[in-house]
Design a protein around this ligand. Sequence first.
Ligand code: ADP
Ligand code: MG
Ligand code: MG
Ligand code: MG
Ligand code: MG
Ligand code: MG
Length: 657
Amino acid sequence: MGLLSLGTPLPWLESRQYNEHVRDNGVQQLLYSFKAAYGRKNDIFYWGDELEFIMFKFQNHDGEGQNAVLTLESDDVLTSLNNEDISICEANDVLFHPEYGRYMIEATPASPYEGLNTEYVENNMQIRRKLVEQRLAGRGCRLAAMAVFPRMGCEDFSDIKNVWDHHNNASKSLYLPDEVTNRHARFPTLTANIRTRRGEKVNIQVPMYKDKFTPYRDDSVYKRDWFEPEDSESVLAAKPGYIYMDAMGFGMGCCCLQITLQAPDISKARYVYDSLANIATIMLAATAASPFFKGWLADQDVRWNVISSAVDDRTPYERGVAPLLPQSNNGHGSSIKANPQRIPKSRYSVVDLFLGGNEFFDRSFNDTDVPLNEKVLETLQSNDIFELDYDLARHFSHLFIRDPLVIFQERINQDNLTSTDHFENIQSTNWQSLRFKPPNQKATPDQKDAPGWRVEFRTMELQMTEFENAAYSCFIHIITECLLTFSHEINPYMPMSKIWENMEIAHRRDAVLEQQFHWKDDLHGGRTSLSNMDHVFHNVKSGLFPQFIDRLLKYKSMVTESWRELVKSKDSSNVRLFYYLKLISDRATGNLPTAAKFLRQYVLSHPDYSQDSRVTKEINYDTLKVADRITHLDDSNGELTKFFGGEIANYIKSCTK
Ligand code: ADP
Ligand code: MG
Ligand code: MG
Ligand code: MG
Ligand code: MG
Ligand code: MG
């Protein structure tokens, strides 16, 4: 999320008259960007990560037990970090960004990294956390590095008093007050516009973990009489055996780890995007860290489909279902579109199409049902500014089936030669597992200050420690460098339909241990087999370690055979890399637990747990305490050792002395 546009965001029924205007001009802006930047060559392999954190506090009530609650009153910390503290941030090479949740803070390096320096990356991440922690300490708040806050949406989950003495008009949720949402007008408008376009509240269903005394259905669903018809929807929407959630905040309030990588030119960027498509589904399962939602243990380990449903603005017609209530108006799609399309997927989802443009690509790999905006497809291929080839045009014309969700009154008319707001309006609300980030109109071949062609890797779940977040970031960096280096040897393609299936499989509880994923037999042909995670990571012919990690490390003369040699390196940054890779390898074999498994086990074995899948306030408090100790590398209760195993825990502890 870059700078937020200032101005007046239009409510849906007023903004939709400009939808086609935004698309038409967005296409022009994209074409001018292509015209400027198409010829860029040899851009540096810059890269960077994004971490999202949760601001919260521990509460100890006399005689009433303990709880941990989100703080919805500490967002001024972000304002300070971007204003009076900006020089401290610059000096430390860190930058803070707003996120959907008022309790959230996103943090990135201020300038992208160049090369792989594990210590720099991890240290930079640590400084980001510490700077926020220092500012929160004075008010009794803390920062959690957790993908999901266990009791968000339950009784007493925030520090706002009398939170239900007024109505929550943006989300109309039974559970989340509008105060969970960032104060900037863009965010409540986004929330309301998605709901209005859809014609119903969003409807999020997560399978509930089934234990001995788990109730038949989510018993927090109730009938209220604030909003008609929304308050009548929930009872109809909630399904037995599922955790029911009804607001954007449940999804966009989760925390992820994203990596952006710059390719030397557009053709390599397309190749990297296509190559990472399947790896992104694998890495969602490998980084699983979300075993609970809204006070219930879930029968899945990841956040992805929660966000997907949380921002699903499709009308019932587009989804191909009947509205929940007969009196519903079937949503408020674009008034201009005469013939609405059926749309199989939410705008937050796994990638839809390979971009192609290289020797290995064959159009038959794009074998899924992907609706296109035919007008955009036509314009992108035939215009006076810059003509895109069919495969690239197809990618963008799919993104342009979506409506812009928030339009600022003051930004309706733009100069397409210099602005990209309209393009970004569509692009940045197509939240997919990867994002192909084109440069802007400034990025001519000689203007190296302007970013070039980038790919963003968006599936990974935020981990509790910088050690892990840096490990996964560096892992993706090495894989991408390998792809860039061996782009004429590695054929990454398999049918897109199998990647979609992998995304479903990645959601299942303990997918790392229990599930099989579509994976290529070798990196030459198109044959795939169902493979367990150990095979995906370690098999000699196509595994991530032998074929990507070892291949690159050997090429760079960092090892002769295997990454395991790094442990003996004289360079402490490489020794750290060894432990990063060991963590990832041991999680793939099941020798070490994912964060999801570890946290689930913690809840299941908590003395206050009653075999009913409920995460009580006591359990929530203690879970946040454990996570807090792990984040701070505090092994006083042996949790660090349990989580990382003795060898890695000892290494981590030896470095903090
Ligand atoms: P968004 O939220 O749109 O994904 P952010 O600005 O939050 O964007 O994060 C972008 C990430 O990309 C940061 O880690 C940043 O350091 C990194 N980055 C910035 N410029 C480049 C570049 N030219 N190439 C690769 N990565 C970059
Ligand atoms: Mg960001
Ligand atoms: Mg963002
Ligand atoms: Mg973010
Ligand atoms: Mg991002
Ligand atoms: Mg206790």
